[in-house]
Design a binder for this molecule. Structure first.
Ligand code: AMP
Ligand code: MG
Length: 402
């Protein structure tokens, strides 16, 4: 059995080694995708010395002693260029976003002035450069504004758009097939008969995949029947990634690893020293990635968050693929020791100094309620005592603070 960190590195390396396709898309369609090539700005940003306030463009030396009265010789709205030169004793009325006329070297905001009949009284002294965003101060023409492998977020769209990237090269995101297995499963719309449970992993996996901006293809759910499983796995292998929930442990009816092997999947690893989530399976076939995921709902979620998601992000070209860990003070909760590294569902909140974290009330890898109210995992290294109140622990946040 390999350690969590080893499994993580192998999963990332395997995903990185698979071939990725690149496509060119209009900028607006790139949000949620990952840049396949760097983007270079074709202009300075701002492209000209720009007024940052509504007010008066002046020569700073003219306003060294205030109040002082200046003659208003022009008015400049945004979008207009003027060849007016601001000479001694003169000012130009200027709007935010307009190019600062030559001769002027600062902008006095309108609140610090009083204007009557094209004469303006300036009431404050300002140094040169004040309230002017100077040409190229944010970005220089030729600067790399975004490296390859950067995910495009809404704020990034603004930068790329201003830099002239009307079309961008992005990686085609993987299509992820999801298959659940288990003879005990019924659709969530049904009332379970004796011995049955609702298939809660299906909506969870669908949402986790969609959340990454990837297309989720539902193969459906099959019973623990080897022929049906073969058929469903074959269908799922048409996608770039196949996620199979359940049937990957040591039970008599856990056929998944065997069916993978028959379908030509090469095992990369099976079983990770993580709790919950031990039976996790990773395989590959051609340029396809295949995961067999333990069916217990918390195991499924931990496996996804800590290993599958990083692998999917890598496959989508995203270099920000590592789960982040922060330090927090353990304030209360329960846990038991284990030889495996543990991820305990926790609730992280702001503290004075380090954030505080406590475990949710939960009863192990099947307890969805303990997971649903968590916003982080508390990492407990293997072969250590469970954390005690006041201990500093490592925490992986996966939801917002509350
Ligand atoms: P397995 O991984 O198939 O050994 O299943 C482990 C436990 O998780 C069993 O108690 C299953 O009933 C449960 N389980 C398996 N698949 C699902 C699912 N899709 N939704 C909810 N629970 C599941
Ligand atoms: Mg099962």
């Amino acid at each position: 059995m390999i350690s969590y960190s080893r499994a993580f590195e192998i999963a990332i390396k395997t995903a990185a080694s698979l071939r990725k396709q690149i496509k060119s898309v209009p900028l607006a369609e790139s949000v949620g995708l990952v840049l396949a090539r760097e983007v270079v700005s074709d202009i300075d940003i701002p492209p000209f010395d720009r007024a940052a306030m509504d007010g008066y463009a002046v020569r700073s030396e003219d306003i060294a002693n205030v109040p002082v009265e200046l003659e208003v010789i022009d008015t400049l709205p945004a979008g207009q260029v003027s060849d007016t030169v601001v000479g001694r004793g003169c000012a130009v009325r200027i709007m935010t976003g307009a190019p600062v006329p030559s001769g002027a070297d600062s902008v006095v905001k309108v609140e610090d002035t009083e204007c009557r009949d094209e004469r303006v009284t300036i009431k404050v002294s300002l140094p040169a450069g004040k309230n002017i965003a100077s040409r190229g101060e944010d970005v220089r023409k030729g600067d790399v504004v975004a490296a390859a492998n950067t995910p495009v977020k809404p704020a990034m769209l603004g930068l790329l758009g201003a830099a002239g990237a009307a079309l961008v090269d992005v990686y085609r995101p993987p299509e992820v097939a999801v298959l659940t297995t288990g003879s005990e499963l019924v659709d969530i719309s049904q009332s379970p008969a004796p011995g049955q449970i609702r298939n809660s992993n299906l909506p969870v996996l669908r949402a986790l995949v969609s959340d990454l901006g990837m297309r989720c293809r539902e193969v459906g759910s099959v019973e623990d029947d080897i022929d049906n499983l073969r058929e469903a796995v074959r269908t799922g292998l048409d996608s770039d990634v196949l996620l199979v929930s359940g049937g990957v442990s040591m039970g008599e009816y856990d056929f998944v690893p065997r069916v993978f092997e028959e379908a030509g999947v090469k095992k990369v690893f099976h079983k990770v020293a993580i709790k919950p989530g031990k039976p996790l399976y990773l395989g590959r076939k051609g340029d396809g990635l295949i995961f067999g995921i333990p069916g217990n709902p918390v195991s499924t979620f931990v496996s996804f968050e800590m290993i599958i998601k990083p692998a999917l992000l890598t496959l989508s070209g995203n270099s920000r693929n590592r789960p982040s860990f922060i330090k927090a003070t353990f304030t209360s909760g329960r846990g038991s020791g284990s030889s495996r590294e543990q991820m305990l569902p926790g609730i992280l909140s702001a503290g004075d100094g380090l954030p505080h974290v406590k475990t949710t009330e939960w009863h192990g890898s099947g307890d969805m309620r303990g997971l649903a109210y968590a916003n982080c995992f508390i990492r407990v290294p293997g072969d250590t005592n469970p954390p005690a109140d006041g201990d500093i622990v490592e925490v992986h946040p996966f939801g917002a603070f509350r």
